[in-house]
Design a binder for this molecule. Structure first.
Ligand SMILES: [Zn+2]
Length: 332
């Protein structure tokens, strides 16, 4: 790895979400001239680099189940302490308590909201969250309206790992996942939505049905590696449809959001209205330690009520959407 980038990583300066994605591609490029400045790369080298992981076919089906106009799925990334200790490199009791808030205060409110509106939820959970909060995982796995997806070991930054390290840490995380959940996950979400060039191939090798960390579309799509369809469904995400950048306060990442709930409501509602109009898909990502605060839960309650007031909205887990679009695409 480039020594300067390595130094910055050690200093924690690349932990910020705002600087990570653009540096990420250069950290582990197998076969890329990553030791050279980008302006010295040839057009062919840049094109080859960009083409490694790409979006394939749009997998939006002709119609959603029951003739619904739009598929809606809400994910709750139950990151707790690992997001601070693993990704943001913070270890003080204060930061740990912020993660703990998600388990103690956020989760009961989220489950209450799911029950109130009778909607399913997809929970992406780092293995170490399962170790730290097994009682919450036990509660989730017994519900038939819950999908539990794979979300790293300790919310480690994948960009700091070699391919071999990434394989090893995911295998270790999967053992812990199986111990707590007892069934294999079908959904993979990378920590902090960043991927190495090896991640998609590892996800494929591990037998996942879908990946959900990429942003090439608002619609579900086929995930391609080096021009070949991997067979993985991508359920894309977006920072504007994530509570973390809109609400979270993260001093180490120099990120202070804490927006007015009405601002966020207007973004999330209009994105939903657009998806409804286009007949596509709406995926919202939240974190119990972020959305779980009272004024934010009141806003989410209002948003779900609004979506439910419209005709033809299919609320589903990510798994249900991925299975459906894959089946429909196979039948085309
Ligand atoms: Zn996460």
């Amino acid at each position: 790895m480039n020594a300067r980038i390595n130094g910055l990583l050690r200093a924690g300066l690349l932990a910020s979400m705002t600087v990570m994605p653009c540096t990420a591609a250069f950290a582990h490029g197998e076969g890329t001239p990553h030791e050279q400045p980008i302006w010295t790369w040839t057009p062919e080298q840049i094109t080859q680099h960009v083409s490694r992981v790409r979006a394939g076919d749009d997998l939006t089906p002709k119609s959603w189940p029951g003739g619904a106009r739009v598929a809606v799925s809400i994910s709750f990334d139950f990151d707790t302490e690992p997001v601070w200790i693993g990704f943001q490199e913070q270890s003080s009791p204060s930061y740990m308590s912020r993660g703990e808030y998600g388990a103690r205060a956020g989760m009961p409110r989220i489950l209450k909201l799911m029950d109130k509106h009778d909607i399913p939820g997809t929970f992406f959970i780092p293995a170490m969250t399962m170790e730290l909060h097994p009682e919450v995982v036990a509660q989730l796995k017994d519900r038939d309206d819950v999908e539990i997806g794979f979300h790293s070991y300790v919310h480690e930054n994948p960009m700091r790992l070699t391919a071999a390290e990434e394989r090893k840490v995911y295998a270790q995380a999967m053992d812990i996942f199986m111990k707590h959940v007892g069934r294999k996950p079908v959904g993979f979400r990378s920590a902090a939505w960043d991927l190495t060039e090896s991640t998609v191939s590892i996800v494929k090798e591990m037998g996942f049905l879908y990946e959900s960390s990429m942003m090439a579309d608002d619609r579900p799509y086929a995930l391609m590696v080096n021009g070949k369809d991997t067979g993985l469904v991508e359920l894309p995400v977006e920072w504007i449809l994530d509570d973390w950048p809109l609400f979270q306060i993260s001093w180490p990442a120099k990120h202070v959001a804490a927006r007015n709930a009405d601002d966020v409501y207007s973004i999330w509602k209009e994105e939903f209205d657009g998806a409804y109009e286009e007949g596509t898909m709406y995926i919202l990502t939240t974190h119990p330690q972020v959305i779980g605060h009272r004024y934010r839960m009141a806003m989410l309650d209002r948003l779900v009520a609004y979506m439910k007031s419209k005709e033809g909205v299919w609320f589903a887990t990510h798994e249900e959407i991925a299975r459906y679009v894959k089946e429909q695409a196979a039948g085309k």
